[in-house]
Design a protein around this ligand. Structure first.
Ligand code: NAP
Length: 466
């Protein structure tokens, strides 16, 4: 297919992208990179700050990954892309509103809520979602600021994904190690006063099945202030110890083999009496969170894989003396008003990025990208090819899309008709600048985040914060 503009297609195709995280911004990027169809893209976000999980999910000490914001920034600064902040799809604006102003809508709202473990005691105070801790240390403005006193000496993190490793690492680092990150100052103060000394990481299957990736595992094993304890019997793959047949290592992925090698090397090391300790427990699942008024312990059960690969308990149990349990067992998407949703998969049903209705037919003008499309998997870069695939489908449909909305009105008119105040990219740059100024004032790295709506609103109004 030629990438040259078709002179008959003079009316730009107007696309609204809901969500300014990596999936949304990569969608805008793919739309503006092609030259076949002229486009105008409005990227809407309910927050006045763009970049979604890059800002509010990537761990503060992962500065290299956070650097992707520089690439995303170039997209939002493209002359045919506009960032519109402070507008929530479903409450402020509906699909019917956007049908007046845009030919197509791409939902890129991610997966913002935690999954549950489904064990007794999960609602006790002190049992929290890792997503809440992540929101807290990333300074998400919707956070409840009284949540994390970090007054337990031992905590458990359940799950063997990269989010679990992020959470363990942040809890096991000293405040000094985190000082040059963008963590809000009040959060850094709580981390400095943290009484946490031992962090248990619970993986319900073995080292070969862990979801975390080698770079993140290496970061954990390299913590200068914490001994990472790996029990040799949990990484030796003896079938009588771990259950199931001895796996043929040639058949497992290279990534899993690397994890196994790193863990085996660590299992051979003696703890050095460092101030903090991280204990990795493979073949261990949570069975009950204990306590009357708050978490006082965690009953765990030993597991193994059946020859068919099914996880089962061995009947062996133990109690960990923890005062906090963080579940890090995956993220789930939330339904969007008026958009089909698969409640089992927590995603929007689609084919090649075209949203499908309950009868499996494409919903005209509706598309989906990122975690709300494929579930909470993959790394940030995965969203680039994912968004490009959605954009290919959207561009194929562009003649029908244009025909369906021959005279779109400007988004401003829709927002005005709704009486909606909103922020823009300039507003974000003011927040961005104020965070850099705060970092300079505190002598802390490149940025220190503001953490609440009030601060955002005051900066957007141009008020002095101090
Ligand atoms: P994840 O990779 O899906 O890991 C979830 C973990 O929870 C798995 O180990 C899973 O075990 C376990 N689990 C699920 N239900 C459980 C239960 N009821 N009891 C005990 N364990 C349970 O999810 P995630 O860590 O939230 O990460 C989401 C995505 O973001 C991933 O693609 C991840 O790579 C990405 N991410 C990347 C980075 C990075 O690149 N640095 C950082 C953070 C996140 P099973 O495997 O047995 O189901």
């Amino acid at each position: 297919m030629s990438d040259e503009p078709n002179p008959q297609d003079e009316t730009p195709l107007r696309v609204a992208v809901i969500g300014s995280g990596p999936a949304g911004v990569y969608t805008a990027d793919a739309l503006t990179r092609q030259r076949r169809v002229p486009v105008r893209v409005d990227v809407l976000d309910r927050l006045p700050t763009p970049y979604g999980l890059v800002r509010y999910g990537v761990a503060p000490d992962h500065t290299k990954i956070k650097g992707v914001a520089r690439t995303l920034r170039r997209v939002l600064e493209h002359p045919h892309v506009r960032f519109v902040g402070g507008v929530e799809f479903g409450t402020d604006l509906t699909r019917a509103d956007l049908a007046r102003s845009h030919h197509a809508v791409v939902y890129a709202t991610g997966a913002s809520v935690d999954r549950r473990m489904g064990v007794p005691g999960e609602d006790l105070p002190g049992s929290v979602a890792a997503t809440d801790l992540v929101n807290w240390y990333c300074g998400h403005p919707d956070n409840d600021w009284d949540d994390f006193a970090l007054d337990a000496e031992e905590v458990a993190v359940v799950g063997a994904g990269n989010v679990a490793l992020d959470v363990v690492r942040v809890l096991a680092k000293t405040a000094d190690e985190l000082r040059h990150t963008d963590i809000p100052q009040t959060v850094l103060d709580v981390l400095a006063a943290s009484r946490v000394r031992t962090v248990h990481l619970l993986a319900r299957r073995g080292p070969l099945q862990a979801k975390f990736t080698a770079p993140e595992l290496r970061d954990l094993l390299a913590l200068p202030g914490a001994d990472v304890v790996v029990r040799p019997e949990q990484v030796d793959l003896d079938p009588t110890e771990i259950g199931g047949d001895r796996p043929d290592l040639r058949e497992v992925s290279r990534a899993a083999r690397t994890n196994l090698r790193l863990l085996r090397e660590q299992a051979g090391r003696e703890p050095e009496g460092r101030p903090r300790r991280v204990e990795l427990h493979f073949w261990t699942r949570p069975e009950e969170i204990l306590g009357e008024d708050r978490v006082e312990g965690l009953r765990v059960g030993r597991t193994r894989l059946t020859p068919e690969g099914r996880l089962e308990g061995t009947g062996e149990q133990a109690v960990l003396d923890v005062g906090m349990v963080l579940r890090s067992v995956g993220y789930a998407g939330v339904p969007l008003e008026g958009v089909p949703f698969d409640t089992g998969a927590h995603t929007v049903p689609h084919e090649a990025g075209r949203v499908l209705d309950t009868r499996g037919r494409p919903v005209p003008g509706d598309y989906v990208a990122g975690w709300i499309k494929r579930g909470a998997t993959g790394v940030i870069g995965t969203n680039k090819s994912d968004a490009a695939a959605t954009v290919r489908a959207l561009l194929q449909d562009s003649p029908e899309l244009r025909g369906a909305v021959p005279a779109p009105v400007p988004l401003e008119r829709v927002l005005d008709d709704r009486g909606l105040a909103h922020s823009d990219y300039e507003g974000w740059l003011r927040i961005d600048g104020a965070e850099a100024d705060l970092a300079a004032e505190l002598g802390r790295g490149e940025r220190v985040k503001f953490r609440d709506w009030d601060a955002y609103r005051r900066i957007l109004r141009g008020e002095e914060l101090r």
